[in-house]
Design a binder for this molecule. Structure first.
Ligand SMILES: [Zn+2]
Length: 305
């Protein structure tokens, strides 16, 4: 399934990723049973992390994006890889607030005052970690600020989640524009002009999908690219580089959970065995439950040595 289109402009000034993530966000909503407010926050973070993941260089590169604040959502976390696999969770999936003054789901209010931390695992000895204060907690501008402050890169990021009356996800998507080294001033001006008149990304996703029913996935993505960049001056018009896939996938397994259990150490594991005689762990991303019998725990204790 292709739901991401990557393009570059003819002058080599910027690169763009566009994603339609309605299905991915709906899957996360079903797993975490989120309120519309929590769906909007989690959906934006998943889509944003997914786009940032696709922008990494190597197939095994991974990143984790953590939004933490003093608001009722508490924390929203997502991890994504260059392979387009995304998973995440919100600490309080039941969080709810009145709509904000613009009549929108108040994602910024749900996070409150706090920080954004980005951890990039590029296969080096130490991961790269960058932290900034939240700009407005609405996710897209926070990620844009992260790139500007921590990576000295100019980006424009739009993220959106539209929730239906039955709480299912009606439309979700994202746009990630990144200026390339040596990018022309003219391209920046043209992009700013284009972005100023751009409707919300969810409107674009919804209308493009509706207007292009029956077309291939690539055809729909191409139509979305044309809709957004169609009026750019010729020298800054786009050419498609690739179609990619971004989707929800949790990679938890017996082995991974065993490792997590062993990492708590001999003392704590012994305590669990003596006090509970068993253990049940839940994957925080997909909520799958892992049950460990006393025998199994004793075996793990032995393995720690
Ligand atoms: Zn899992």
């Amino acid at each position: 399934m292709k739901n991401v289109i990557t393009a570059i402009d003819r002058s080599g000034s910027y690169r763009v990723y566009l994603a339609i993530t309605t299905d991915m966000v709906e899957e996360a909503r079903k797993i975490h049973d989120t309120t519309p407010l929590a769906s909007a926050g989690l959906g934006r973070v998943l889509t944003g992390a997914g786009l940032m993941g696709l922008d990494m260089k190597n197939p095994t590169d991974k990143l984790t994006v953590i939004f933490k604040g003093d608001g009722p959502a508490e924390q929203i976390l997502a991890t994504a890889g260059r392979n387009g696999r995304v998973k995440g969770y919100i600490a309080n999936p039941a969080c709810d607030l009145p709509l904000n003054e613009r009549g929108k789901l108040d994602v910024g209010g749900s996070l409150g005052i706090g920080n954004l931390t980005v951890i990039k695992d590029l296969g080096l000895k130490e991961p790269y970690v960058g932290t900034i204060a939240l700009v407005d907690g609405e996710i897209a501008d926070d990620l844009t600020a992260y790139y500007y402050i921590s990576e000295q890169q100019n980006t424009a990021i739009s993220l959106g989640v539209k929730v239906d009356t039955d709480w299912s996800i009606k439309a979700a998507g994202g746009m990630f524009i990144q200026m390339l080294p040596g990018g022309e001033e003219g391209a920046v001006d043209a992009l700013e002009k284009m972005l100023a008149d751009l409707p919300p990304i969810t409107t674009i996703v919804e209308e493009t999908v509706e207007a292009n029913k029956g077309k291939s996935e690539e055809g729909v993505l191409q139509a979305m690219l044309d809709r957004i960049f169609g009026d750019m001056p010729e020298e800054y018009s786009t050419k498609v580089l690739a179609y990619e896939e971004m989707k929800w996938e949790c990679d938890c397994s017996d082995e991974r959970i065993e490792k997590a259990l062993m990492s708590i150490g001999k003392k704590d594991l012994t305590e669990i065995i003596e006090e509970d005689g068993q253990a049940e762990l839940t994957c925080q991303f997909c909520l799958k439950k892992y049950h460990f019998t006393k025998e199994h725990l004793l075996k793990l204790l032995e393995e720690i040595g």
